[in-house]
Write a protein that binds this ligand. Structure first.
Ligand SMILES: [Zn+2]
Ligand SMILES: [Zn+2]
Length: 336
């Protein structure tokens, strides 16, 4: 019974915690932004706007229904797995002691700095390092076949809803929660070591102020059918909803573009930026002939393991072949 209570409160928490993406207030703001965009930009009536936003074809599609189910299953898996994962505190403590062994660093070397600067720089540092690590991990997810096998689950969505953010393979969920623990720990240990106890975050409703801003600027529209574009100059700095939707497009020219979470600067700096474009509809998913099976839960959870196994078998075969060739060469050289 306790477990059932933990599980339901964990699910509810996603919608009532301002640190979470789908906090109901953020969803409401996204709806307001979408309403303004349809009415002002697309000149639609209020009624037509509502029909467009709450499009039944999208929210009750096979793809979206899988998103909802994956959300419920993954919450349960994370509840079971998370006690076994290394915590942010463990990593931070280890790093804190490690810093003591570095000669050119000394504990509390910047203690005298005004508190306001410490808090401001810590808030910016945490947000930036978190966003940058998301970019790096996401890029690897597309690059390395083993990680792509997992990340494909997210990309198999053929329509986007705010709940698509949860459509991930649980192993990707574990990788991302470790990423979060490591980046948080780096910031906390480093700042505590250098600045002493005056480290704090600027927060709104308990969330980092920049995370809060990102969310009230309509972060939930990134996974939606509402292709809001920013000015070209702004799309170099912040990822617009349309830019992330393009990341989900099946078109070859859109592959491996716009890995960024909130900031677009990483994509800009490392050559993966693609500006948004005006589309009537953007075809989303992995490949053209993607069938209905791609929303089947068994396929989504099990296939990545099979693909990873096949990848390593193939690698083993290549290695065996190379060793065999080397032996042949050696024998030939010895004989001559
Ligand atoms: Zn991706
Ligand atoms: Zn996405």
């Amino acid at each position: 019974m306790d477990y059932f209570f933990d599980y339901t409160s964990q699910i509810t928490n996603q919608f009532i915690d301002p640190k979470k993406r789908v906090f109901l207030f953020y969803i409401l703001i996204s709806i307001l932004i979408a309403t303004a965009w349809f009415m002002i930009n697309k000149k639609l009536s209020f009624k037509k706007t509502l029909i467009k936003i709450f499009d039944k074809k999208i929210f009750f599609s096979k793809s979206a229904k899988s998103d909802y189910k994956i959300f419920l299953i993954n919450q349960l898996i994370m509840m079971i797995v998370s006690p076994f994962l290394i915590t942010q505190l463990t990593i931070a403590t280890a790093l804190y002691f490690y810093f003591h062994t570095i000669d050119w660093l000394s504990a509390g070397m910047f203690v005298g700095i005004a508190k306001i600067y410490i808090i401001l720089s810590f808030t910016i540092f945490q947000f930036t390092i978190d966003d940058f690590s998301k970019y790096i991990v996401h890029r690897f997810m597309h690059k390395w076949p083993v990680l792509w096998a997992l990340h494909k689950v997210h990309h198999s969505a053929t329509v986007l809803t705010p709940m698509t953010v949860f459509r991930t393979h649980p192993l990707e969920g574990i990788i991302f929660s470790l990423r979060s623990a490591i980046t948080q720990a780096i910031g906390i240990s480093l700042f505590f070591y250098l600045f002493g106890n005056s480290v704090d975050l600027y927060t709104v409703l308990g969330a980092n102020v920049f995370v809060f801003l990102f969310n009230i600027l309509g972060s939930n529209l990134r996974h939606s059918h509402i292709g809001i574009r920013y000015w070209k100059w702004l799309e170099y700095i912040l990822i617009s909803p349309a830019q992330h939707q393009l990341h989900h497009s099946i078109a070859k020219e859109h592959h491996d573009k716009n890995f960024g979470a909130a900031l677009a600067v990483w994509d800009w700096l490392f050559g993966s930026l693609h500006h948004s474009m005006e589309y009537e509809t953007l075809k989303l998913g992995i490949e053209k002939n993607q069938n209905e099976d791609s929303h089947d839960l068994k396929t989504l959870y099990i296939n990545p393991f099979l693909e990873i196994r096949n990848y390593f078998f193939k690698l083993l075969k290549i290695m065996k072949f190379k060793i065999f060739n080397l032996k042949l060469k050696k024998r030939y050289l010895n004989e001559n």
